[in-house]
Design a protein around this ligand. Sequence first.
Ligand SMILES: Nc1ncnc2c1ncn2[C@@H]1O[C@H](COP(=O)(O)OP(=O)(O)OP(=O)(O)O)[C@@H](O)[C@H]1O
Ligand SMILES: N[C@@H](CCO)C(=O)O
Length: 363
Amino acid sequence: MASRSFTINVPATSANIGPGFDVVGLSLTLHLTLAVSYPLLPPTHSYVHPTITYSGEGVNEVPLSAYKNLTTRVALYVLRCHDIRSFPSHLVIHVDNEIPFGRGLGSSGAAVIAGVLLGDTIGKLNLSTGRLLDFALMVERHPDNVTAALVGGFVGSYLKELDEEASEAASVPLSEVLPEYPPDADEDWGLNPPVPPFGIGHYVRFPCSESIRAIAIIPRFELSTAKAREVLPTQYSRKDLAFIRRRQVFNLQRLAVLTTALGQSPPDPELIYEAMKDRVHQPYRKSLIPGLPEVTTSITPASHPGLLGICLSGAGPTILALATGGFEAIAEDARKIFESFGISIDWKVLQVAGGSLVQENVN
Ligand SMILES: Nc1ncnc2c1ncn2[C@@H]1O[C@H](COP(=O)(O)OP(=O)(O)OP(=O)(O)O)[C@@H](O)[C@H]1O
Ligand SMILES: N[C@@H](CCO)C(=O)O
C-alpha cells in the first residue's frame, strides 16, 4: 500500500540574550524531532484517529491524544484554517524530544513550530516562512523563541502594528485558537478557527561568530513562562516612569551593541559581557531563581577566561553563558553557586543550530 513519511526537526532556543526581552532569540543544538507516517487511503476507508508515541524530555507529562497535545493541536489549527477538517487516517507520529520543559530553552516554541510545520506538510500547503510565523504567533505570542526555532541562528524580530480588524483577529483567546477536542468529537467540532492576519511577525538574522558556544546551565526545577511573566510589572506609577525609562535605555544601548558584537571575530569579551546585562526582566525574576544574580555577577571574563557574557535563558531558570573556551570552569563554578542555594544543576555545551527542517522520505 502506498504511504507517506517525513521527519520534522526543530531546535531549542534561548530567548532575550540579556537585554533583548521578547525581541531576540538564539537557536541551539538540542532538538525536537517528529517522525510522521500514514498510508495513502481512499476517502471511503473507515477513519482511524492518530497515534502518538513519545520519548525523551517530558515523557511523563505530555498528552498522547492528538486532540490534547500542543504540537498536534497546532497542526490541526493550521489544517482547519485551510479547510482540511481532520488528520489523515491512520496517522502515526513518533516524537523524540531533547528539550527540557519549562527551563527557558524554548520547549513550547519548538512544539508550536513543529505543529505549524506538521500542518503545512500534511496539508501540502507550501506556506511561506512569513505565513508559518503568522500561525505560530497566533499561539505563542512573543516572537523571540518561535522565530529563532523556525529560521535558526541569532535572530531579532518585531510584531507589526496591525489595523483594528487584524489586531482583533490576532488577539482572540488561545482557547479559541487551539481548542482541546473532546475525545468523542466528530470532525465538524471546532471548525472555522480564527485565521491569522498576514504579516504579523518580521525578523532579521544577525551575524554570530562560529567560535561561540552556548553553555546551558540548567537547574533541576521547572519554571513556566506564564509564572515568570507574572512577576513582571504591568503598571508603573508616574514616579517610576523616569526610572523605567532609564532601564529601557540601559537595555537598548546594550542590545544595539550586542547584535553586532556577537558577529565579530574574535568576539570581544569586555564588550559582550556588558552588552548581555539586563534591567528589564531579570531583576524581577531573581525571586523565582535563587542564585541568579550571584551567578551572573561573579562569573566574569576576568575570573573565567573564554567567557563572553552570561544571562538568564528565556524566562529561566536556565542560565546561558556564551563562551569561546573555559566551558567546564564556567559551568562547575555556576554549579557551586547554585548548590550553595540548595539547587542542583545539569549543564551542556551547545552550538548555534540551523533552523527547522522537514525531510520527506522517498518510499
Ligand atoms: N514537545 C512538546 N509537546 C507537547 N507539549 C510541549 C512540548 N514541549 C513543551 N510543551 C508544553 O510547553 C510547556 C512549557 O512551556 P513554557 O513556555 O512554560 O517553557 P519553555 O518553553 O520550556 O521555556 P521558555 O519559553 O522560557 O524558553 C510544557 O510544560 C508543555 O506543556
Ligand atoms: N521573552 C520571553 C521568553 C520566554 O518564552 C520571556 O522572557 O518571557
